[in-house]
Design a protein around this ligand. Structure first.
Ligand code: NAD
Length: 291
């Protein structure tokens, strides 16, 4: 099966980034978001992100124009149904994602392949909400999608080999590299990364160090490009908490319990960069630690 058309559900940072890379690679892309203002803002933000590629000399103005012309905004979820490949990149909440797959099911083409970009929710459980668990799998992009090389591919228990191979080829065509993960909570990258971020929040909570010292320690002492709290703000504290909850619930091991301070920040709506405040305040010219 030759994938030519891609429908993306959710135009948050991930959905926009996924639209960017598929459009640039020559696929025809349809993008949908339940929030009209998010959808309307998407082409402008994708255009800005393509501009960075032009400035770096990685793509030409013509590539940018062709990519933007390949993206269509759609008004209704049902219009995403008839695509060769669907990538769900909506809010990290199982009830939201399950409803999307159920609502899409009557509108799919016979051969449509369904995928989710979830960071931590069971692919097998999401697949069971569709009519085609064998043509369903996890395709986990990293943020920011245009810059990050890896895509984790996750087989649900019913995913067939043909589906896995088709998606592997698609990931090659967009110039990314895949790793294969089994369907356990948070897969490979976040299974290892999120407990480290959670531990950094515990270190703040217990007063082991300040936000600034914890980030500096990991940047300069372990050669990490970003400190764990900077990274948490970049990923989104709600996404980090959802990941910890998935591991805590799914693996029933206390070592994954989310730090109460992380819970409190999310309850306060301090979700990191996207809301202007998390472990840093982003309202000024330079981020200022909040603790
Ligand atoms: P986000 O919460 O910023 O954006 C999600 C978007 O989905 C919002 O614009 C929202 O309006 C939309 N949405 C919600 N319900 C919808 C529905 N029923 N139909 C259509 N759109 C709907 O999230 P994000 O950071 O863009 O992440 C999206 C997905 O990608 C999540 O599953 C997340 O776990 C995963 N992911 C995130 C990261 C990251 O670093 N942020 C990395 C890899 C994967």
């Amino acid at each position: 099966m030759d994938i030519k058309t891609v429908g993306i559900v959710g135009a948050g940072p991930m959905g926009k980034g996924i639209a960017h890379v598929f459009a640039l690679a020559g696929f025809r892309v349809s993008l949908y978001d339940i929030a009209r203002e998010v959808l309307d803002a998407a082409p402008g933000l994708i255009s800005e992100s393509l501009d960075s590629g032009v400035k770096l000399g990685a793509i030409t103005e013509e590539d940018k124009a062709q990519a933007l012309a390949s993206i269509t905004l759609v008004d209704a979820l049902k219009d995403i149904g008839p695509h060769d490949l669907i990538i769900e990149a909506a809010t990290e909440r199982e009830s939201v994602k399950a409803a999307i797959f159920e609502d899409l099911t009557p509108h799919l083409n016979t051969n449509t392949i369904l995928t989710s970009n979830t960071s931590s929710i069971s692919i097998t459980r999401l697949a069971s909400r569709s009519d085609r668990p064998e043509r369903f799998m996890g395709v986990h992009f990293m943020k920011p999608v245009p810059a990050m090389q890896l895509v984790e591919l996750i087989r649900g228990i019913a995913t067939d080999e043909e589906t896995f191979d088709i998606i592997k080829d698609v990931i090659d065509k967009i110039g990314k590299t895949h790793s294969a993960s089994e369907d356990f909570p948070a897969f490979i990258v976040n299974r290892i990364l999120m407990p480290m971020i959670n531990e950094a929040v515990y270190a703040v909570y217990e007063g082991v160090g300040s936000v600034k010292d914890i980030d500096k320690s990991l940047r300069m002492g372990a050669n990490h490009p970003m400190g764990p709290l900077q990274l948490a703000d970049f990923v989104g504290l709600d996404i980090c908490l959802a990941n910890m909850n998935s591991m805590h619930d799914g693996l029933a091991d206390n070592k994954y319990r989310p730090c109460p301070l992380l819970v409190k920040y999310v309850e306060a709506g301090w979700l990191g960069r996207k809301t202007g405040r998390g472990f840093y305040d982003y309202t000024g010219d330079v981020p200022v630690p909040t603790r």
